[in-house]
Write a protein that binds this ligand. Structure first.
Ligand SMILES: [Zn+2]
Length: 220
């Protein structure tokens, strides 16, 4: 049982593998809050303070964990294909939380490439730190004092989604797991216990801006 997010898929696999080692049926649980990720990401940046390559590779490994916990694909299939991508055609287990939940199984049939492109273009020009929560508020068209102060109700991404702030935030997290967007500590936050992460562009954003890859997601 995990009470927080593991830092990589290997840790998760090893711990869960232990559960069934005696050959008997076992149940595996992972409890987490998205707030945990601030601690993890900050740790990665603190540990490898002067090594941006190691920062990036550890961050990408951690993003795979976020992808796993947020995914609506069969857990067993997802775990096995992480280690062996050739097994992608594997049958679903029919026994995990996703397989047992028909709502979670909703296919990703909607194309959100135009919306993520606008968000990418917004992040390319904005100079102040933007958090995922704030971006979700602007993109879902919520008005509040901070948005008014920044005049973001006039920005190109205001109300680009017709959905709740929470649904928009989940969508943006989906974009983080694909490394279109990245959450990193603000420049002053390394070794400084910062309590938030700011959004930057990830390594994959160009593929989506150029239309090479589509960003599919379930209906918002
Ligand atoms: Zn399953």
């Amino acid at each position: 049982m995990f009470h927080s997010l593991p830092s990589c898929m290997e840790d998760l696999f090893q711990a869960w593998g232990r559960a069934g080692r005696d050959g008997l049926p076992a149940k595996c649980y992972l409890y987490f809050s998205f707030g945990d990720r601030v601690f993890h990401v900050r740790n990665i940046f603190d540990q490898h303070n002067f090594d941006s390559q190691r920062q990036t590779s550890s961050l990408l490994r951690f993003q795979r964990v976020l992808d796993f916990v947020m995914s609506k694909e069969c857990r067993r299939k997802k775990l096995i294909t992480y280690f062996n991508p050739e097994e992608a055609g594997l049958a679903l287990c029919d026994d995990c939380d996703i397989c047992k939940d028909s709502v979670a199984n909703t296919p990703l049939t909607n194309d959100y490439t135009p919306q993520i492109t606008r968000i990418i273009e917004f992040l390319q020009v904005v100079e102040r730190p933007i958090t995922i929560k704030y971006l979700a508020q602007v993109a879902s068209g919520k008005m509040n004092k901070k948005i008014r102060e920044n005049r973001d109700e006039h920005s190109s991404i205001f109300a680009v989604f017709k959905c709740t702030v929470n649904a928009c935030e989940l969508f943006l997290r989906h974009a983080v797991t694909k490394d279109i967007l990245r959450e990193v500590p603000p420049a002053h936050g390394v070794n400084n216990n910062c309590s938030y992460l700011q959004l930057k562009l990830g390594s994959q954003y160009l593929q989506y801006v150029s239309g090479q890859t589509k960003l599919m997601y379930r209906s918002l």
